[in-house]
Ligand binder design. Structure first.
Ligand code: AMP
Ligand code: MG
Length: 531
C-alpha cells in the first residue's frame, strides 16, 4: 500500500503570496496563498467514490487505510505537499464583489492518475484561509453530502463536472444559521475531497483585470493555455491576441455545452456567479442547487435568489452568456478587439438556440430536426414546455415514459389522460388534455416520418433521458438519516446514481414523483446558501 505522490505543478508555475500568515486579508500580485488545513478531531470516512480513486490510480488498500482518512480530511500534510488556496474575484448576483477566493477550499496539489492525466485535489471545508472573509472555512455534513453525491451523479449522467473522491466527517461541530433567522445550531462538520483537472474559474482572471495587474493576468493566462489548451498556446506563441481569442471561443463553446446539459437533465445550479464558472466548462461549486420535479422554468432552489430569480432554470443560458461577457472584459487587455469578443458572445446565443433544438429533439426521439426551420421547432418545443409547466408534469418521468409511449395509432383522449395523469402533480383538466392531444398528434406525425423502429427509438431516448436524477428530497432523506448517524442511504444513493439511464428494480422507489410531504420541506424544495 503506497500513498500517491503529490505534485506542485500549479504552485511552482505561478506566483505565490509572500505572506505566510493565515489571516483574512487582500492578497495582491499572487495567484494563491500557502495555507495548512485545520486538523479535525476525529476524521471518519463516510463514503468513497471508487471510480474517482481508480482514475487517480489509488489502490483499494490505500483507500481503506488510516493514511487516506488523514490526508483527505486535512489531518496529515505529506512531506511533499504544499497546500494552497487560490485568489479569485467574482460578480455575485450581477455585482462586482471584489476579492473572494478559496475561502473554504484548500488545494492539496496534483496527482498523476491513469494515462498520465494530471488531477488537482482540493479539500472543501478544511478550515480558514486568507480568503475566508467573515466565515469559518468549514462545511457542514448536509452540504458535503449534497456536493459529494451530486457531483458524482452529474458525472454519471454525462454532464461535465468536478468530481468527489471522498466524504469524511470531521468529528467537529460547526455552527450554522440554516434559515438566517437568528437560530444558529451546531451541526456535524465534514470535508469533501474534490477532484478536477483544474479549479480555475472566470473570477481567477477577473480579479487581476480589476486590479489592473496585467503582469499576473498574463502569467495566469499563459499557464492556462499551456496546461489546458495546448493548441491555443501554440497559436499564442506566434500571435498572442489570436491565441487568447481562440481560447475564449473555446470557453464559450464548452460553457454553452454545459448549460445545455443542465437543461437536458433538469438541473438548476442556483448560484451562477462568475466565481462559480469553470474555465473548463465543468459544473463547479455545488451549493443551493436543485433538480426540477414538476417542470417549471421559473424555479430556483436558492432562497437568496427567490425574489429576482436570476438563477432560475430558464435563465441559465442568458446568465452564462452574461458571465462570459465579464470574462471577455477581463481578457480584453490581452485581446484588444471588442468586435471579435462581441461576435463570440453573440455566437454563444445562436449556438445555444440551435443546439437546444437538437437536444430537445433527442429527448423526444426526433433526430432529423432541420434547424433551418427553427421557428417551427421552437414553437413545437415551447408548446411542450408550457404543457408540462401548466400541468405540473414531472420532467424526468415524462421523457422517460414518452420513450415507451406507443405511437402506432394516435392515442385516444382517455389513453392520453391515463398516460399523463400519473406523471402530473395536479389533477388534469379536460381542456388541457385536449391541448396535449393536439400536440401529441403532431408529435406522432414527426416520429413516424423519421421511420425509426419503435424499440430503437425507445433505446435511443433512454440514453438521453435518465430514469434516476438526484431529486432534492432523496438527498434530504439521506441527510436526515446521516444526522441520526446512519450513512446507509448515502451509500445506497451513491450506488444508484452510477447507472442513471438503467432502471433497477431494487431502486424502483427512486424512479418516482416527489412525494407530497417533500413539496415545501426545507432542503427538498428550497435551500439557503448557509452551509
Ligand atoms: P459560494 O457561494 O460557495 O461560491 O462562495 C462564495 C465565496 O464565499 C467564496 O469565496 C467561498 O470560498 C466563500 N465561502 C463560502 N462559504 C464559506 C465558509 N464557510 N467559510 C469561508 N468562506 C466561505
Ligand atoms: Mg464558489
Amino acid at each position: 500500500m503506497s500513498s500517491p505522490i503529490f505534485g506542485q505543478h500549479f504552485q511552482q508555475a505561478l506566483p505565490a503570496d509572500q505572506n505566510l500568515e493565515n489571516s483574512t486579508r487582500q492578497v495582491s500580485g499572487a495567484v494563491y496563498s500557502h495555507v495548512t488545513p485545520k486538523q479535525p478531531h476525529q476524521p471518519k470516512l463516510i463514503a468513497l467514490a471508487d471510480g474517482v480513486a481508480d482514475q487517480l490510480g489509488m489502490q483499494p488498500a490505500f483507500c481503506a487505510s488510516q493514511t487516506f482518512v488523514d490526508v483527505f480530511s486535512g489531518n496529515t500534510v505529506l512531506p511533499e505537499m504544499k497546500p494552497f488556496a487560490m485568489c479569485y474575484g467574482g460578480h455575485q448576483f450581477g455585482n462586482w464583489a471584489g476579492q473572494l477566493g478559496d475561502g473554504r477550499a484548500i488545494n492539496l496539489g496534483d496527482i498523476l492518475g491513469k494515462n498520465h492525466k494530471r488531477w488537482q485535489l482540493q479539500l472543501k471545508g478544511a478550515g480558514p484561509t486568507p480568503y475566508s472573509r467573515f466565515a469559518d472555512g468549514l462545511a457542514v455534513l448536509r452540504s458535503s453530502i449534497r456536493e459529494f453525491l451530486c457531483s458524482e451523479a452529474m458525472h454519471h449522467l454525462g454532464v461535465p463536472t468536478t468530481r468527489a473522491l471522498s466524504l469524511i466527517s470531521t468529528g467537529d461541530l460547526v455552527e450554522r444559521d440554516m434559515f438566517y433567522d437568528g437560530h444558529p445550531q451546531m451541526e456535524p462538520g465534514a470535508v469533501v475531497c474534490r477532484v478536477a483537472e483544474s479549479f480555475l474559474r472566470f473570477g481567477n482572471y477577473e480579479i487581476f483585470a480589476a486590479r489592473q495587474d496585467l503582469s499576473t493576468l498574463t502569467t495566469l493566462v499563459e499557464y492556462t493555455l499551456k496546461e489546458y489548451f495546448p493548441e491555443h498556446y501554440t497559436t499564442y506563441q506566434k500571435d498572442p491576441e489570436l491565441g487568447v481569442l481562440n481560447w475564449f471561443a473555446q470557453v464559450c463553446d464548452s460553457t454553452c455545452k454545459l448549460v445545455l446539459e443542465w437543461a437536458r437533465v433538469g438541473f438548476v445550479h442556483g448560484v451562477l456567479n462568475t466565481d462559480n464558472m469553470s474555465i473548463l466548462g465543468l459544473t463547479i461549486d455545488y451549493g443551493p442547487y436543485g433538480w426540477l420535479d414538476n417542470f417549471d422554468p421559473n424555479w430556483t432552489p436558492n432562497t437568496t435568489d427567490a425574489q429576482h430569480r436570476r438563477y432560475r432554470f430558464a435563465n441559465q443560458a442568458p446568465i452564462a452568456q452574461w458571465n462570459l461577457l465579464k470574462l471577455a472584459n477581463a481578457l480584453f487587455p490581452l485581446i484588444q478587439s471588442t468586435q471579435s469578443l462581441e461576435t463570440l458572445l453573440v455566437g454563444f446565443g445562436q449556438q445555444y438556440e440551435r443546439d437546444w433544438l437538437k437536444m430537445m429533439g433527442e429527448k423526444c426521439g426526433l433526430y432529423a430536426i432541420d434547424v433551418q426551420h427553427s421557428e417551427y421547432w421552437q414553437t413545437f418545443f415551447a408548446e411542450l414546455e408550457s404543457l408540462m409547466h401548466n400541468n405540473q408534469v414531472d420532467m424526468t418521468l415524462f421523457f422517460r415514459q414518452l420513450s415507451h409511449l406507443s405511437l402506432d395509432v394516435v392515442p385516444t383522449i382517455a389513453q392520453l389522460e391515463a398516460f399523463l395523469q400519473p406523471l402530473s402533480y395536479i389533477p388534469l383538466e379536460e381542456d388541457q388534455v385536449l391541448l396535449w392531444h393536439a400536440w401529441m398528434a403532431r408529435y406522432r406525425d414527426k416520429v413516424l416520418s423519421e421511420n425509426v423502429a419503435p424499440q430503437e427509438r425507445t433505446a435511443q431516448m433512454q440514453k438521453t433521458n435518465p430514469a434516476f436524477i438526484l431529486r432534492n428530497y432523496l438527498s434530504q432523506q439521506a441527510i436526515d438519516l446521516a444526522y441520526q448517524g446512519d450513512m446507509q442511504e448515502v451509500l445506497r444513493l451513491l450506488d444508484a446514481l452510477q447507472t442513471p439511464y438503467t432502471e433497477h428494480s431494487k431502486y424502483d422507489s427512486y424512479y418516482q414523483k416527489r412525494p407530497d410531504w417533500a413539496k415545501n420541506k426545507a432542503g427538498c424544495s428550497t435551500l439557503s446558501c448557509s452551509s
